[in-house]
Design a protein around this ligand. Sequence first.
Ligand code: CA
Length: 238
Amino acid sequence: MTTKETILIVEDEENISDFIATSLRAQGYRTVCARTAAEGITLASSLCPELILLDLGLPDQDGLEVIRSVRSWSLLPIVVISARSQEKDKVEALDLGADDYVTKPVGVSELSARVRTALRHGMLAAGVRSASEVFRTGGLTLDFGRRQVKTDGNEVHLTQVEYKIVAFLARNAGRVMTYDAIISHVWGPYMDDNNRILRVNMANIRRKLEKNPAEPAYIFTEIGVGYRMAEEDSPPEG
Ligand code: CA
């Protein structure tokens, strides 16, 4: 599985939004567009994209409100792309938690460079030490850089959501992650009554990963609390 990152573009001007989306899709990213601040906030929490590209001059609310809202629950990288070029605007956006600030108009190569950097920061913030890190426990391997999961050397095809759950547990291997922590990492905090959806996803994950899903060897259930990934193998000697 090589699933590219999802990038949410919050921009009300269609031609700019199309230009950005087309450039990013040509590089293999998935893109989703929102035209208003409200739509951007909703999509940020329902999709949990790896990156948000954010315009500030939006028709319903100032784009700064999107930063404020997303930062109340997530560290996912936000890059502002705005016509506002004054320093105070940049400082305000960065103080609120934006990762970067690009002044319009922006060219394709500058855009790509900013996107790559922001995604790298996002991975570091999420606890991935480098893009090539590989997690191993028993016959299970997870390559964070390639977003690739294998059991006993065979590639396993996970959905985006299944991958996010497995990757989150692997980054916290050996520790119990509560249902709420997993849910808010994967779906955002605004989803109600979602334990059932998590259980359904976990059943599918186990069917794909475990030799005997009834006696899991990789992802354990802590009843009433959450799930725990088996501890990572020690690196080979020498
Ligand atoms: Ca605008």
